[in-house]
Design a binder for this molecule. Sequence first.
Ligand code: PLP
Length: 385
Amino acid sequence: MIYLDYAATTPLDPAVLQVMLPYLSADGAFANPASTHGPGYKARATVEKARAQVAALLGAEAAEIVWTSGATESNNLAIKGALEFHGRRNAHIVTSRTEHKCVLDTCRHLETQGARVTYLKPGAGGLVSPEQVLEALTPDTVLVSLMWVNNEIGVVQEVQRLAPLLRERGVLFHVDAVQAAGKLPIDLRETPIDLLSVSAHKIYGPKGMGALYVRKKPRARLAPQMHGGGHEWGMRSGTLSTHQIAGMGAAFAIAAERLASDAGRLSGLRDRLWQRLQALPRILRNGDPGRAAPHILNVSFEGVEGEALRAALPELAVSSGSACSSATQEPSYVLRALGRDDELANASLRFSLGRGTTEAEIEQAAEKVIKQVEWLRELSPLWKP
Ligand SMILES: *Cc1c(COP(=O)(O)O)cnc(C)c1O
């Protein structure tokens, strides 16, 4: 099996696992980090060390990191929390059609509560221009939510150019940075983003763990979505999961160390894969290649049927569209938003590379795809050479 689905999830880094294990046993720091006794303080120290590690990768202050159960929760907390805090009935949100499902579904939910949402259509390369965002603003716009790197096509949005423009206009800016963290340099001291979501399991940390960056200066205000003991400055109640948090901290620290070398290696492999696939005529790369994240390559294959293509590649763990939308077997809404028709969107593969990916795997994957696409095209009534 060749695993090329690192954008869906990554395995735990073995060093991360070692960091996590002691917090799960009776002789380790298992105490509640909120408890005011020796063992509690010890667990608390672990949590705070991890908070500083996550903050460091983002160029943030430790006190700006709020622990969550993953980026789905972070995105929910950012968007619902900001809107609820502002409490305006006719509040307006600007986002794009190519956001992750958890952002789009949150926005859809808020529409049922009276909010207005503009879903911007990106250009053919998947980019939403800052100008497009500014044009969509109204006096009622509370929040703009835009992802840094798209999880399906890997396109890198111009969030660094957009952020100061939104700051000038007093509009909150939320960024889903799940696929950017550990892949691209992020410095929140220089980029005035107000809210930013990250996840542990996309960068070799544990599943079920994430964080939301909430800016302190100027302070981004949120209504909590999880009520209870008032943990996390009242923004997210619930006993902190010390082992998960320690794992996320370790994963982020490793990502910071490896950022430049990982990005260089992965973009080289990504380019090699694309170059090899071009042995096939009439294939299309999805997403502007000039603004591509290092780890994602998305390709549409003309003249083959999507389901047949996937069935012909059983030893390749790749994603068609995204993992969530493939459960519903519908053509990817991201590719549809770029203007691909249903047939082409279906006949697309997302290759996402990671630390375990080797040159040999890339060669084998390319070979298999080329062979199967050629074979399917020969059989296909859709293919007219
Ligand atoms: C995976 C992913 C999410 C969801 O993260 P979880 O931690 O799995 O909830 C959100 N946004 C993007 C861009 C993702 O790739």
